[in-house]
Structure formats: C-alpha cells, structure tokens
Write a protein that binds this ligand. Structure first.
Ligand code: NAP
Length: 343
C-alpha cells in the first residue's frame, strides 16, 4: 500500500467557483490489472490545457473527482507489464491523462503500458517534462511537415516558417526545433521582452503580430485572399483572426500546422491559397497521435535536443502547491516557456 497525494480540482456546489486542493488517499499497487504500472512521479508540467483544467476556465476534466496533469515522468515502482520493469524511468504525455484518466499532478500515477514510453537514454525524467506535451506537439508539427516533403532543403517549398505565440511552451520549442532542422524561422510574439530570447533560440526575425502586418507587409487590416507569398509555412498556436490573416501570405505548397486556439477557435479564409498555391493546413492532434508516430516524434526530439538545450526552456520549477498560481498566470499571458512541477 502506497500513500498517494495529488492535486484535485473540486467544484463546491452548483455555480461555485472551481478551485484546487491537495488531497491524499491510499493507493494499492497489488490491485493493478494486467498490463498496468504504478509510477512514482518525479515531474509533471503545466500546459495550456492543464491551466484551463486547474483554474476551471473550461471543460477539460471529463469527470470528478479526477487528478489533472496531462504529462508525467518518473520511476516504475510496481509493474504488471511485460514491457516495463520496476526501477525503469518512464514518461507519458497526453492520451487522455488529466482529462479522462487521472493525470500527473500527483505523487503516483497508474497507467496502462501502451501509453507509456521509456525515457530516452541521454535524458532523465525531468528532460521529458521540459518538453512534455508542448514539445511533443512542436515535434509532431515538424514530422507532419516532413510527411508532405516540407523540409528545409525541399526543392519546391521555400520561405521562412513563422511561429505564432512564440514565447509560449509550444512556440518556444517549435522556434528552436525548426531552426535546428535548418529552416529560417520567424517568431511572432506579442511579448517584446521575449524577443531577445527568441533570437537566442535561432529565430532569424522576431516581431509582434502588428509589426508583421504593418512593417513587413505594409498591408491593411484585412489581407486579400492572396497576398505576397512571403512565408514558407506557419506553426500556429493562436488560431482565430491571426491565423486567418496569415494564410494568404503562405507561398506555393507551403503548410500551416494548426496547433492552438489561444486567441480563438474561429477560422475565416477562402479556398484560394489552397487551390491556387497548393497550401495545406495540417491538423496537429497530440492527444490522438497514433503510437508509431508518437515514437517517431520522440526520436526526432531526442536527436535534436541535448539535456543542456532543454534546461534553457524552463521558466520555473514549482511544487504541487503552486500549480493554481502558475496556471492563472499562464492564462493571463504572464508566463512564457515551460513551467515544470516537481513532485
Ligand atoms: N493541438 C494540440 O495537440 C495541442 C497541444 C498542446 C497545446 N495546444 C494548444 O496550443 C496553444 C499553445 O499552448 P502552450 O502550452 O504553448 O500555451 P502557452 O505557453 O500559454 O503559450 C501560448 C502563447 O500564445 C500567445 N497567446 C496567448 N493568448 C493569446 C491571445 N489571446 N491572443 C494572441 N496570442 C495569444 C502567447 O504568445 P505571445 O505572447 O508570445 O504572443 C502565449 O505565450 C494553446 O491553444 C493550446 O491549447 C494544442
């Protein structure tokens, strides 16, 4: 019998404000079904989705009570699995943790073996959580582009990759990853204070969205259906009006990796970029990524990021008791890069 304590989101009666408490209960490792593991959590992280779940600003947790935390990494302490041994370092991102299944913001996590991966040799559990779902999603965007021959040496797709919401978790890792993959990266961030940092990650140009539209392109509020094709592609974390306004600037056969909706879920566009320039929107769904692609993405990330590279993405490492504060700050756009939770 192990003592479990985790962050639980509670709702106290109809119309009440959701909040967060730390609760403790016993967890019995002996009751694990076949194929399941008990993992002693070392690190989790705060993604946009976690912040919404923890603050109750949207419906992420599908049932109550449920432990939030879509990512976790740690050590196997009990195994009813052929694939993983006690003492092995493992991690998981997305796949329903912290949404439908109890997640990583707890001292122990129970998980089925199919959702678990071994920590890559060169890394420790902490490094997998520096990337977490945010890094996985940036990697999935790169992989999806590779699948349609959109590489830095493509013979027929040219122009920079523009990353929106670049100071955030996904955005900062995407900026660094696409630069490492040989692309010219333009980072779009409304946080001027982060512009130097984004350059240090490899961005050739860093601009606010307003600067992009007014200085770079000298355009009016609403772009035409097709503008000058100055972008090779977009890695978009923001959605809404910004994405709608960027698509007309994508060059021949360029691709838009649609990741996020930080500014809104709407998309207003015409078919012209798609039928006249071959521009495609690649949907990025980290939660539903099939296992063979999931492994490829982690191989890509492990190949491109050393443990030293990864340390630079950390904004703050906090204990469980601080997750409500940092989640609120993340949604209020007062944070950037990655927030880790040390359990
Ligand atoms: N598709 C998937 O599988 C998947 C996976 C992970 C995340 N996501 C989504 O991707 C987005 C980014 O996630 P994250 O974890 O990187 O979040 P994050 O760390 O909070 O970063 C989001 C960034 O977007 C920009 N932003 C935030 N609110 C905005 C607004 N109202 N208008 C314009 N820009 C805004 C900010 O960048 P600047 O201040 O630099 O402009 C912010 O740093 C979220 O929408 C998240 O839900 C999707």
């Amino acid at each position: 019998m192990a003592k479990f304590s985790g962050a639980k989101v509670w709702i106290d009666g109809p119309g009440a404000v959701p909040g967060l408490s730390i609760q403790a209960q016993d967890v019995s490792a002996e009751d694990l079904p076949a194929g399941y593991l008990l993992v002693k959590t070392e690190y989790s992280s705060i993604n946009y989705k976690d912040a919404i779940a923890i603050t109750g600003r949207g419906k992420i947790l599908r049932s109550f009570p449920l432990t939030p935390g879509i990512d976790f990494a740690g050590e196997v302490v009990h195994s009813h699995s052929e694939k993983f041994k006690v003492g092995q370092k493992v991690f998981a991102t997305g796949q329903g943790f912290g949404e439908k299944l109890s997640g990583g913001l707890a001292t122990y996590c129970i998980a089925v073996e199919d959702k678990i991966l071994a920590v890559p040799d060169a890394w420790k559990p902490k490094q997998t959580m520096i990337l977490g779902t945010a890094g996985f999603t940036a990697g999935l965007a790169a992989l999806r582009m590779q699948q349609v021959e959109h590489t830095s040496d493509s013979g027929y797709i040219s122009g920079p990759i523009l990353v929106t919401g670049a100071s955030g978790g996904v955005g900062s890792i995407a900026t660094a990853l696409f630069a490492k993959l040989g692309f010219e990266v333009w980072a779009l961030s409304s946080k001027k204070t982060r512009h130097t940092y984004l350059k240090s990650l490899g961005a050739r140009k860093v601009m606010t969205p307003e600067e992009f539209f007014s200085q770079e392109l000298k355009t009016v509020d609403r772009p035409r259906a097709l503008e000058k094709g100055v972008l090779g592609g977009v890695v978009d974390n923001v959605g809404g009006e910004l994405l709608s306004k960027l698509i007309p600037f994508v060059n021949l056969w360029g691709n838009v990796a649609s990741i996020g909706l930080a500014a809104g879920a709407e998309l207003s566009s015409t078919v012209m970029p798609h039928i006249l320039r071959g521009v495609s929107i690649l949907g990025i769904s980290s939660t539903n990524c099939p296992p063979h692609l999931r492994e490829k993405v982690w191989e890509l990330l492990a190949k491109n990021f050393s443990p030293e590279d990864l340390e630079g993405f950390i904004e703050e490492v906090v204990p469980l008791s601080e997750v409500f504060r940092v989640s609120t700050e993340l949604l209020d756009r007062k944070r950037s890069r990655r927030t880790l939770v040390q359990i």
